[in-house]
Design a protein around this ligand. Structure first.
Ligand SMILES: Cc1cc2nc3c(=O)[nH]c(=O)nc-3n(C[C@H](O)[C@H](O)[C@H](O)COP(=O)(O)OP(=O)(O)OC[C@H]3O[C@@H](n4cnc5c(N)ncnc54)[C@H](O)[C@@H]3O)c2cc1C
Length: 427
């Protein structure tokens, strides 16, 4: 027996992207089915270091989630970079015009909270314990999904728009024939959560660029600190054998690094060993992909959660009205617009992130921008705004920004201590 249901939007996956999209579509009046294969209301993504970039803060505020994150103890995040040229720190928050912070909050708190918000939003039917099994197709247009629950229960969900928000190994993408473009990853990753680590940076997150290895500390809710490292693949055997010893050895050498010997480890080490960058097409008639289903790239830069929120918002804003109209051609035009929006906002970031993920040395432009950022507060703000994905690659590498970085370094080389007269690239 197959029960049959009809919706404006069927969203597969109720984690960050799917829950955010369900809320935003339903607020626009759409009737939404939110389908999640995990039946446990406390389920959450385990393999994530949960640094949400400032680029997503306007979306979190619009959802009404920012205040819930703060109430749950989430930490407003800011990042200090440590480089061979010195520490890079953003100017004080008051002087920053872009969103000045994102949030650090553990997924075990974030995911259930967001999913509950979605389930309680009028217009959303939350269907948990069901997995996408097959897409419904009429004349090459996707028009819903067949889902399977435990005990052999099957439901036929008809929808004008079907959304794949089912993560990196998206079943929806596979069923739609969207195969991922793969780009190599030259680093492995290990992390664990600790308690009782006083950070020399206070409540600020830290990221060490050790060329080519990377280390982080992210203070989170409840006084828990996430400690992570992304060494190059050449060190795999050492890390696999004893991640704790490898992590302690690495952190013992870091400037301003915490003392892991005196800290209490709360979780086992999680390791990502095979994690190529995956990029997919994001739409076809009747269907769109958001979040990791659309693009899942190097975790080093902590962009996946923020982009999961933001891609959900772009899709809901573009297709929120047309998914409720009879005219399917209009909806499909909007889905093409969503695909173009996704590409125009993220493709250049994706290119740079994948290029650096091979574990290669810095190129000339990176040396120029990082060294200038360590020596000049305007360049520091520019670099950190880019890292938080609040500005585009074009803005980061604008002629004015490159000129300033060159000027800062020339001034440094000649030992000038004169006044800072170069205009800000934002002006
Ligand atoms: C080691 C590591 C560290 C990371 N650190 C960060 C970080 O610091 N900051 C950051 O921003 N990002 C980070 N990321 C990336 C981040 O975890 C993801 O980008 C983010 O979780 C994507 O959210 P999503 O909603 O698209 O997908 P997911 O969170 O993967 O959710 C997919 C959902 O779909 C459900 N699902 C799957 N298949 C089906 C199906 N067939 N039917 C129904 N439901 C289904 C799943 O149960 C799940 O609920 C990290 C990733 C890794 C691997």
């Amino acid at each position: 027996m197959t029960d049959q249901f009809s919706y404006d939007v069927a969203i597969v996956g109720a984690s960050i992207a799917g829950s955010a999209a369900a809320i935003l579509f339903a607020r626009k009046g759409a009737k939404v089915a939110l389908i999640e294969r995990d039946a446990d209301p406390a389920a959450y993504k385990k393999v994530c270091t949960h640094y949400i970039q400032a680029s997503a803060t306007p979306t979190l505020e619009r959802l009404g989630l920012a205040e819930k994150i703060e109430a749950a103890g989430g930490v407003r995040n800011e990042l200090d970079f440590y480089t061979r040229w010195g520490r890079i720190r953003a100017p004080s928050q008051q002087t920053i015009k872009r969103p000045a912070f994102g949030y650090n909050i553990r997924r075990e708190k974030l995911d259930p909270m967001l999913r509950q918000m979605a389930a309680e939003t009028p217009g959303v039917d939350f269907i948990s314990g069901f997995s996408a099994h097959e897409l419904l197709l009429v004349k090459n247009r996707i028009c819903g999904v067949i889902i399977h629950g435990c005990g052999g229960v099957t439901r036929r969900i008809e929808a004008r728009l079907t959304v794949g928000a089912d993560g990196r190994n998206s079943r929806v993408a596979e069923l739609a024939g969207f195969f991922a473009k793969e780009k190599p990853q030259g680093r492995i990753g290990y992390f664990a959560h600790y308690r009782d680590i006083p950070l020399k940076s206070g409540n600020r997150s830290q990221m060490w660029f050790l060329e080519p290895d990377i280390a982080y500390t992210f203070p989170n809710d409840d006084g828990v600190t996430l400690v992570a490292a992304q060494p190059t693949r050449a060190k795999l055997e050492q890390w696999k054998r004893d991640p704790e010893a490898a992590m302690k050895g690495l952190f013992a050498q870091l400037p301003d690094g915490p003392n892991l010997e005196r800290a209490t480890r709360l979780t086992p080490f999680f390791g990502t060993i095979e994690y190529p960058n995956l990029i997919r097409k994001t739409s076809r008639p009747g269907l769109a992909l958001i979040g990791d289903a659309a693009m899942s790239i190097d975790p080093l830069w902590g962009v996946g959660c923020g982009w999961a929120f933001q891609s959900a918002e772009w899709l809901a804003d573009i297709a929120g009205a047309s998914c409720q109209a009879v005219d399917e051609a209009r909806l499909d035009r909007d889905l093409s617009t969503y695909a173009r929006t996704h590409r125009s906002k993220l493709a250049a970031h994706e290119f740079l992130i994948c290029d650096y993920s091979t574990g290669r040395d810095y190129n000339f432009v990176e040396r120029l921008m990082y060294s200038a950022a360590a020596r000049d507060s305007v360049c520091a703000d520019q670099l950190l705004a880019f890292g938080a994905r609040c500005i585009t690659v074009g803005q980061f590498l604008s002629p004015k920004a490159l000129a300033r970085a060159a000027w800062v370094n020339i001034r440094h080389a000649v030992g000038s201590t004169g006044p800072n007269t170069m205009p800000s690239p934002a002006e």
